[in-house]
Design a protein around this ligand. Structure first.
Ligand code: CP3
Length: 342
């Protein structure tokens, strides 16, 4: 039994004394101890070494105090396991030297045995679960197939993922073959994560909002729904689509336990679009953590009032920014713990 079960209660839609809180990218560069480890080990070494992944995952739990931990890893370990080379370049971010651009390239992409290629993630989960000692739940995650395709085809981050979109719209057959391969790998991967001990999984569709509502259904949601169908009996699934407010009605009918929303959609609007019953997660503007702690607290209390304390998980609308002062991140979490329903 997990001692702090607020997060799991919110996922089940149960009444809580206050909503749970965690932050996307909470195990990251705004923490001085993380930066010390970053000096010594490169990014994928940190992901592949269970001792390091465990240490980084637990850091924010001890230093900031959120109600859930998220495993330190990256969505790009999936393309790596599928035979697509991925590097993390300092200052640039993800860099894929041989992007997938043709039908032949797609044929070379494999659906791997995830226990073999990604066994280090399962080892990290088992070690982290021990270290957490059932204090808080552990979240596992994967990128959405569309978001993974964006990197696999574009070869790096982008403002508009123009090359990825061109590939989908000029060679849809190859795009769908690639998306299905990523989906099959992701399902096996998330099932292995659940077997290794994670208490919930989140699907990050960070670039879903790049698509029109119609193309979103065809190139992104169709595959996310397959993942939810395959996982929903085994665990709680949270679907987060950045910029995907237009799809909240579809997402609410998917069998997901919760939906993530970004800060461009008001709490009232998000509740309305998602039908008012499903648990929502979000949606503080990550840049608002630059405000003084007193102002952060006031805004967090207002956000909880607007979402309502039940069927709600307090989070940012996207990942925490690297230069946020630690005390401001702590003010965000403390504000939730100090919340009193009005
Ligand atoms: O939330 C957590 O604390 C868990 C760890 C986590 C990381 N990446 C660690 C990381 C999670 C959940 C991710 C997901 C991820 N990775 C996403 C989806 C969420 C989102 O932010 O949209 C995406 C798109 C990626 C791909 C990725 N990884 C990018 C674009 C970058 C470089 C840009 C950046 O923010 O630095 C990364 C690197 C990365 N992944 C870092 C961390 C802590 C920073 C680099 C480093 O520490 O060396």
């Amino acid at each position: 039994m997990i001692k702090n079960d607020l997060f799991l209660k919110a996922l089940k839609g149960e009444t809580v004394e206050r909503p749970p809180v965690w932050m996307m990218r909470q195990a990251g560069r705004y923490l001085p101890d993380f930066m010390k480890l970053k000096e010594k080990y490169d990014f994928f070494t940190r992901c592949r070494t269970p001792e390091l992944a465990t240490e980084i995952t637990v850091m924010p739990i001890n230093q900031i105090g959120p109600d859930a931990a998220i495993l330190f890893s990256d969505i790009l370990v999936i393309p790596q396991a599928m035979n697509i080379e991925v590097e993390m370049k300092p200052g640039l971010g993800p860099w894929l030297p041989n992007p997938v651009r043709t039908t032949q390239d797609v044929q070379k992409v494999i659906v791997p045995d995830v226990h073999e290629t990604l066994g280090y993630v399962m080892d990290a989960i088992k070690m982290t679960k021990k270290e957490l000692n059932d204090e808080v739940p552990l979240i596992g995650f994967a990128g959405s197939p569309w978001t993974i395709l964006c990197y696999a085809v574009q070869g790096q981050g982008s403002k508009n993922f123009d090359i990825a979109k061109k590939f989908c719209f000029t060679n849809p057959a190859a795009a769908h073959t690639l998306l299905q391969k990523i989906t099959d790998t992701t399902i096996a991967y998330l099932k292995a994560k659940v077997a290794a001990g994670v208490d919930a999984v989140q699907i990050f569709d960070s670039w879903g909002g790049m698509l029109s509502p119609t193309d979103y259904q065809i190139f992104s949601w169709y595959y996310i729904q397959q993942i939810i169908d395959a996982l929903k009996e085994e665990t709680h699934v949270i679907a987060f689509g950045k910029g995907c407010w237009f799809a909240l009605d579809t997402m609410a009918k998917s069998g997901a336990s919760a939906l993530g929303v970004d800060w461009t959609c008001s709490p009232l609007h998000a509740r309305y679009l998602s039908g008012g019953k499903i648990t929502l997660q979000g949606n503080f503007d990550p840049s608002r953590l630059y405000s003084p702690p007193a102002e952060i607290k006031k805004m967090v209390h207002q956000m909880i009032d607007e979402f309502g304390k039940d069927r709600y998980i307090v989070n940012l609308g996207h990942g925490i920014l690297p230069d946020i002062p630690v005390e401001n991140a702590r003010a965000f979490v403390d504000a939730v713990k100090e919340y009193k329903p009005r």
